[in-house]
Design a protein around this ligand. Sequence first.
Ligand code: NAI
Length: 415
Amino acid sequence: MDFDIADPALAGAGARRIAWAGRRMPVLESLRERFRAERPLEGRTVAACLHVTAETANLMLALRDGGAKVLLCASNPLSTQDDVAAALVEDGIPVFAVRGEDPDRYYRHIHAVLDAEPDVTMDDGADLATILHTERTELNPVGSTEETTTGVIRLRAMANDGTLRLPVVAVNDSATKHLFDNRYGTGQSAIDGILRATNVLLAGSTVVVVGYGDCGRGVADRSSGFGAKVVVVEVDPIRALEAAMDGHQVLTADDAAATGDVFVTVTGNKHVLRGRHFERMKDGAILSNAGHFDIELDLEALAAMAVARRPVRENLEAFDLADGRSLFVAAEGRLVNLGAAEGHPADVMDMSFANQAMAAEWLIVNGSGLKPAIYTLPEHLDAEVATIKLATMGCGLEQLTEEQKRYLASWNEGT
Ligand code: NAI
């Protein structure tokens, strides 16, 4: 079996972490049981480009139990958990991912999984899909799935200009993905990454959150929970208003720059904090990004302003500026929750990856009849995922009575 990982000897540690995560993924497990019995992916090949984490490993094992041949590469050079990669290889799943790999190796790995001529591709950030549209146009998968907001935006842009050549399921658009993974997953794990990289006290400090989408509101909410004062920077007036009414201070990036102790960018946009903002920041300010790509902080501009750069702690680098201030960048400006911590908790990836597994099955069942376009999984699957999750959390779900159903469906039953 062909693979490329850091160290096969890490397999034991990886297997223990995969098992721990698996215990906390009951929705995926229930799907895996059905997959074992029904083998809906029998004889098919799935090539996945996802963060190589313990949670992803559980998805890979579920797909394999569904009958698929599965290959995995990383969707970010810094998010790979080398022990997990080793455990999957020991389990017979080819993995091409090494934490800290350079761009050449990163793209070699993407090509390596595509060499298997997959029936379904799985993306987190649309890197596989992009290569399928540029360098590997000879390949014709039945379809692809996309995990994250940034990937869906890229793929919608391809659909809009008529270049998209395969059906894509936007897993991010399922309610049981973005309302929970982006919000509670990113909210908690971005803070986790910042704390592991810095060990600063958030209570009483000012956390500036740039972008108040699903992820941003999670980060803001969790920061408040730690006792931080939260400042939100937004370009969308509705979301800015929501942030204000959620109790946060809403400022322009220029004004926020001068107030923040810790900055978190989560916009999916480019250079949202740049030279003019770095000029205004306090000595000691900590900069981090939880958006998909490492483009949200303009680190080239910061490097150009710096007279020296030095490592301070694991996953934390100081940029010493000519005026005597130092700014500190966590996880090289890459996704801080995956670069400096372990990514989202398994409990929330449970739902995201149940959606991924269902999307792979849905593409195999429906793929040949689908046009190249962006699809969302049927709503009843969202309800199914949420219902199973609620049950495993010990929650009760009230049911409508027949009288209530009739009332809600009527227009003439008055006061
Ligand atoms: P979203 O679209 O819901 O929110 C993004 C927000 O940023 C929007 O409200 C937008 O108006 C705002 N924004 C855009 N440009 C801005 C600017 N210059 N200044 C201030 N605000 C600006 O997106 P979502 O779902 O919150 O995702 C954000 C990013 O996080 C994406 O790149 C996504 O792929 C990524 N993501 C990262 C995860 C992680 O594990 N770290 C998990 C899920 C998503």
